[in-house]
Write a protein that binds this ligand. Sequence first.
Ligand code: HEC
Ligand code: HEC
Ligand code: HEC
Ligand code: HEC
Length: 162
Amino acid sequence: MKRILISMILSALILIPVYSAKYVGAKKCKLCHNSTRHGKAYKTLYHTKHSKAFEGLVKDGKADDPYCLVCHTTGFNEGGYKMGAPDTYNLKFEGVQCEECHGPGSDYMKNNIMKDRKKAISKGLKIPNEKQCIKCHDKKKYPWAKKFVYKERLKQIDHRYR
Ligand code: HEC
Ligand code: HEC
Ligand code: HEC
Ligand code: HEC
């Protein structure tokens, strides 16, 4: 009996997943980040080309090309947009959305955690910097990329309100 119990406890431990947050899609962030008090981050972002970055791939007939998808979707093959998943699932992760820059949101998006910056960061929230941008805005990986000057480019997508 004791042995069975111990083995049950051990297998339960093994079954506990390694900590990893999930991508939830920008509509979830919109719930709170669409008011004046929160800088209308959602509205601001949805006027930039990031949110429409998938449309260019469709026009070029490259919506199935993993080389292109890495930079034109959110969380590509890392828990967001997934090669071969049904469209109904992938629709949530088309384009460059909040979580591509701020990290997968399932664990930090609760109001009481979001209000506490330290807590939110410990739950996976990223405060992006230039490095985050260079993942995609990189001529070495994508020769057609324009020159990237962080300060100027940041201005074009700025949604800070504090
Ligand atoms: C339940 C409401 C709610 C949801 C949903 C939510 N947030 Fe927040 N968020 C807040 C609040 C409240 C703050 C605290 C700042 C404030 O009050 O202006 C905040 C702050 C932030 C900050 C600023 C952190 C800092 O201190 O610089 C970022 C970035 C952010 N949220 C991103 C997101 C993203 C990305 C999502 C979607 C995955 C999301 N939030 C979903 C309520 C929310
Ligand atoms: C292309 C990358 C990128 C995307 C996409 C993006 N953000 Fe940000 N976000 C940033 C950067 C960069 C900052 C500024 C960080 C700093 O203060 O240095 C920022 C700051 C913020 C802040 C803090 C504002 C403040 O005044 O300090 C909030 C809130 C926020 N983002 C929410 C969102 C939400 C919600 C979305 C999706 C609708 C989103 N972001 C999409 C890069 C991004
Ligand atoms: C996951 C890849 C990715 C990341 C990360 C990323 N970008 Fe982009 N960015 C793109 C793509 C793709 C486009 C072009 C979209 C289109 O035109 O279809 C773009 C376009 C832009 C534009 C033009 C926007 C417009 O509306 O004219 C600016 C400015 C920009 N990015 C700034 C940034 C900054 C600043 C960061 C970092 C905080 C960043 N990007 C991070 C992929 C990315
Ligand atoms: C390493 C990241 C990266 C990869 C890979 C990538 N792109 Fe892009 N793409 C970008 C960035 C960044 C921009 C925005 C241009 C800029 O501001 O530098 C962009 C812009 C675009 C645009 C809109 C602007 C334009 O130039 O017409 C289209 C369409 C596009 N890419 C299609 C594609 C296709 C098709 C592929 C695959 C063959 C691809 N991209 C692969 C990063 C990438």
